[in-house]
Design a protein around this ligand. Structure first.
Ligand SMILES: [Zn+2]
Length: 321
């Protein structure tokens, strides 16, 4: 499953053969559906592969975005997400129902413990996706360094302090997402040429949640994808570029329209202020320039375009006659 730490690092210090920016990288989930088993050590779940085959490929980035928007109190919605991500969802047979540690999400109802686990993972992913690249790299380094002591309360306190993580995040889950799900930070990957002859790398993971963790690492290390707040409505969305500011086209258009209306309203008020000036001043000053400056002083969110102001003021004058 994981490379031993002995093999990990064997290439260190030797210059790489190539550094190819166009290699396709994908994450391959386990070939089997997973069930959830309560861990003896903490509140997180172990993901255990079942004998039921899993249909691949899955869109891990899409599943991650769905998780971040999931209402984790809605058991039915969580059950649907778990099934889409590759977890076994079925009614627990009566013979297992008293067995405390085997928790299989039911078809429509998910136990409160599983809801909590999903919510914990969601919070960790949301926090990590909001970090900038340098901060994320530091957090990974700290997590790897604290690997040996992470099960002790003292080690956990130190880790949280060094990473400056919000206290509501579950420590072991956060650590797992940063340091890797197994015993080593190295994952097995296949390097191959695909059917089109394109060089590809496929990283193998052993559970759906681990696939999401790897997708976070890929996006925080190599892409500009980030979890951000919409400039207009405040709802959270995934930025594909750092210049993406809105959750949707609708919000983008609304924001532009709102700003346009604000600017027009200010120019109109500026026109009223201009008319209130003594006539001597009208002779000395340029009307359009004076109003534009008046409005610009009150519009703090950006620059009012001169051509736009001119056109608007001409329309205002025309209407007033
Ligand atoms: Zn929005």
């Amino acid at each position: 499953m994981y490379a031993k730490s002995m093999t990990y690092g064997r290439t260190q210090g030797v210059p790489p053969l190539l550094s190819i920016p166009s290699v396709q990288v994908s994450v391959r989930g386990p070939g089997f559906l997973c069930s959830l088993k309560k861990s003896r050590h903490s509140e997180y779940f172990m993901e255990v592969q079942t004998e039921e085959r899993s249909e691949e490929p899955r869109d891990w980035r899409g599943l991650r975005a769905m998780l971040l928007n999931l209402k984790t109190k809605d058991a039915e919605a969580v059950a649907v997400w778990l099934r889409d991500a590759g977890y076994v969802c079925q009614t627990v047979p009566a013979k297992y129902s008293n067995q405390g540690d085997l928790l299989v999400p039911k078809r429509d109802v998910v136990s409160p413990e599983i809801l909590r686990w999903v919510s914990i993972c969601k919070d960790v992913i949301a926090w990590l996706m909001g970090l900038d690249r340098g901060y994320f790299a530091d957090a990974v380094r700290i997590a790897q360094k604290s690997r040996a002591n992470i099960l002790s309360p003292k080690g956990q306190r130190k880790f949280v302090e060094e990473v400056s993580a919000p206290i509501q995040l579950e420590v072991l889950t956060l650590h797992r997402f940063l340091a890797g799900f197994g015993s080593a930070p190295a994952l097995h990957a296949f390097f191959f040429w695909d059917a089109e002859g394109e060089a590809s790398v496929a990283v193998d993971v052993s559970s759906p949640m681990e696939a999401l963790a790897v997708s976070v690492h890929v996006d925080r290390s190599f892409t500009a994808r980030r979890w951000a707040s919409c400039r207009l409505c405040g709802s959270r969305f995934e930025q594909k570029k750092s210049t993406d500011l809105y959750c949707s086209e609708k919000c983008k258009n609304n924001f532009i329209t709102t700003r346009r209306r604000q600017k027009i309203s200010l120019l109109r008020q500026g026109d009223t202020a201009w008319r209130a000036l003594p006539r001597v001043k009208h002779k000395r000053l340029d009307r359009q320039e004076w109003i534009l400056q008046w409005a610009q002083r009150r519009f703090l969110e950006g620059k009012i375009d001169t051509a736009f102001a001119k056109k608007t003021l001409n329309e205002i004058s025309k209407r007033k006659g």
